[in-house]
Design a protein around this ligand. Sequence first.
Ligand code: SF4
Ligand code: SF4
Length: 173
Amino acid sequence: MKYQEIISISYCGNAPEKLAKAEEMLQEFGQNLLAESKIVAAVEELRERVVSLDTHMAAMDMGKNCSACAATPLGGCCSAYMGHENNDVLQLLMNMLAGIKVKLVRSDDLECCFLEETGCLLLFKPIFCLNYLCERIRQHSGEQDLKLLEERTASLLGGQVELEGLIISRLQK
Ligand code: SF4
Ligand code: SF4
């Protein structure tokens, strides 16, 4: 595949269309991608970074703030718009390569289609979702906690970008 083709496919359409394209790519290229040791190693490294970030988020009790926020009439930040616009085909494919069964869990046009009762089903989340640090979380967290949160988020995001690069170069072969 050509670079331009990969990029235009990746960012085109709504969440169901992107998911269908990611499934197609998994079918066509999944085996080759998983035969690449660098890709497998990057996925495993990223899995550890996700655990490291999740552990810190749990220690900060972020879930409590988000649950309270989600219970308000306006709801939390995982809106339907986010699910359609922030996800892309390569990032959904990365989740599939990590063994996540990516599926649409709602279609109410209110909340993100990847938001399960227990939270986001994606292991590797879109950049905007990972980077978003709302006022409520800022107000309820200490400086050191926020610093560590930003460090671990940056490390995960950096790794996701690297993995995306590895996938793109493999797809171009
Ligand atoms: S991250 Fe902030 S805006 Fe989003 S659900 Fe949690 S508290 Fe609410
Ligand atoms: S964090 Fe997950 S559930 Fe929330 S908007 Fe992003 S993709 Fe959707």
